[in-house]
Write a protein that binds this ligand. Structure first.
Ligand code: NAD
Ligand code: GLY
Length: 370
């Protein structure tokens, strides 16, 4: 078992991320130690994940003295909405969840984002624990405290910063995860490796070559450590920061990713898959602006390619993608801020004002050949 601590200078309390194999059966003991008191917990999950792991988690919580109840959302990004959040809040209220009680999020990024969001607004905030069950949620969404739901006017446009009280990563649950979901998580890992530098990139490529379990656990821990350090230094993603350690860099690849998801009505790509294309797109733009060497771009194609197949871009019209850039959350004072690259481990934040539509379209055409 490995533990990573995330420490905050600002508002939030420090917390730990416990990583290991087979930890989920001990969730009750961990929750009691993490929360420091035994009370009620509402387990928020979805129907798919709960069927696989819900009983084990509830049994363990009960045997440590917790009184559990559950709210199960339907499975899918399209249910990450205010309407589902309202139903979850009602379920929390119905069982009389109090401010000293807690929520347990059991699932992927969709469940974690929604559970974190309702925890941040219920009675002006209750504690919540994250038990991520997808690779993407383990390496990215369960750590850092970004919570939220989607709205008609954009993805994740309603949300809050609310850090979990603790995160429990049990890598054995990945055995039931579909291959496509593993690819999606790998794309977020490639994003971290690009931002972190050659060491994490080499470890990622090594794992992709033979997909060995012990190495995966180490790699997941390295990803969490990287993200935790960035988040600790800029918890609320300050709008004025543009340096290479700003939390904004974690949005690398997301300008195109969010536009692709929006242009396809959030129903064609897994979020991580769209990030895979976004990484390549940012690399192509960086090359066309003479920031990035062509060998680095080649390496990124290779590593994303090894992560698994991505859905085709053939039927996606560039006009709809370009239009979607306008509603991006990374817009500051009307300009889109893009995270580009000067090399591995050397992100830069630039305004898209100096990048022509022709350059954008050329980058899009090149990644289409992936
Ligand atoms: P997801 O939560 O939809 O999970 C993917 C699928 O895998 C679902 O069908 C789910 O039921 C299933 N599943 C989950 N765990 C399983 C398991 N162990 N075995 C079998 N099936 C399992 O998708 P995701 O990729 O985990 O998360 C994507 C979401 O995360 C998006 O909404 C995205 O916006 C969000 N996100 C948030 C942050 C953040 O910082 N908060 C960061 C990245 C992504
Ligand atoms: N996933 C980007 C962030 O947490 O800031």
């Amino acid at each position: 078992m490995r533990e990573i601590k995330i420490k905050f200078a600002e508002r939030s309390s420090d917390y730990a991320i416990a990583i290991g194999g087979g930890r989920i059966s001990g969730v009750g003991v961990w929750a009691a130690a993490t929360l420091g008191n035994i009370g009620k917990v509402v387990v928020i999950s979805n129907t798919t994940v709960f069927k696989l792991y819900g009983d084990e988690v509830e049994r363990s919580l009960n045997s440590s003295g917790f009184k559990t109840s559950r709210f199960l959302m339907q499975d899918g990004e399209e249910f990450k909405t205010l309407a589902t959040a309202t139903k979850a809040l009602k379920a929390m209220s119905t069982v009389g969840l109090e401010r000293t009680d807690a929520v347990v999020a059991l699932g992927g990024g969709v469940v974690g984002d929604l559970a974190g969001f309702v925890s941040s607004i219920y009675l002006r905030g209750v504690r919540f624990l994250q038990i991520p069950t997808t690779l993407l949620a383990m390496v990215d969404s369960s750590v850092g405290g970004k919570t939220g739901v989607n709205a008609a006017f954009g993805k994740n446009t309603i949300g809050s910063f609310h850090q979990p009280a603790g995160v429990l990563v049990d890598t054995t649950v990945l055995s039931t995860l579909a291959e496509r979901e593993m690819t999606a998580g790998l794309c977020e890992m490639v994003k971290h490796a690009v931002l972190s530098g050659p060491k994490l990139m080499n470890e990622t490529r090594l794992w992709l070559a033979d997909r060995e379990d012990t190495l995966l656990r180490r790699l997941i821990a390295a990803n969490i450590l990287f993200k935790a350090k960035i988040v600790a230094g800029d918890e609320f993603e300050s709008t004025s920061r543009t340096d290479a350690r700003s939390r904004k860099i974690l949005n690398f690849g997301h300008t195109l990713a969010h536009a692709l998801e929006k242009a396809t009505n959030y129903s064609y790509f897994r979020h991580g898959e769209a990030v895979g294309y976004g990484v390549l797109y940012a690399a192509e733009l960086s090359k066309s602006l003479a920031f990035l060497d062509k060998n680095d771009v080649k390496l990124l194609y290779d590593v994303v390619h090894r992560g698994g197949p991505l859905p085709s871009l053939a039927n996606i019209d560039f006009d709809s993608v370009f239009e979607a850039f306008r509603s991006d959350k990374k817009n500051v004072a009307g300009s889109l801020q893009m995270i580009l690259l000067k090399g591995l481990g050397r992100p830069i934040i630039v305004s898209s004002d100096g990048i022509s539509r022709r350059q954008h379209e050329a980058a899009f055409k090149r990644i289409d050949k992936f």
